[in-house]
Design a protein around this ligand. Structure first.
Ligand SMILES: [Zn+2]
Length: 117
């Protein structure tokens, strides 16, 4: 399962970061997932719950934000949303387009308490 491996890598990254920044009780992790990644948010959520169960993140909430795919036409310069993986400019029907978002897979922010509390 693709999403489980991704969940494990998110958990590892967050635990490393928590160590470095001296954070305790991580309440929430917000991740941005582009629609082009083919990651199923429900599967990622499930994978996160399974993979975090035996870690310090067992009670942490994972918030998944799906980023739509957008493109910019190199011929006419218009920007537009790309749906259904149709990579064609809706304005001039050019195929010469640049993907400007949709392949994100990153941690947007971590919400936590300081260990000093
Ligand atoms: Zn165009």
């Amino acid at each position: 399962m693709h999403e489980l491996a991704i969940a494990e890598s998110i958990i590892k990254t967050v635990l490393d970061e928590a160590e470095k920044r001296n954070l305790a009780r991580i309440k929430k992790i917000a991740v941005r997932v582009g629609a082009l990644t083919d990651i199923v948010p429900d599967a990622l959520q499930f994978g996160f719950e399974a993979a975090s169960a035996d870690t310090e993140l067992a009670a942490t909430r994972l918030e998944i934000k799906t980023i739509p795919v957008t493109g910019k036409c190199k011929s006419c310069g218009n920007e537009f949303n790309i749906e259904e993986h149709i990579f064609i400019c809706p304005f001039c029907e050019s195929f010469d387009i640049e993907i400007t978002s949709g392949d994100e897979l990153d941690i947007e922010y971590i919400e936590a308490d300081d260990r000093s509390d």
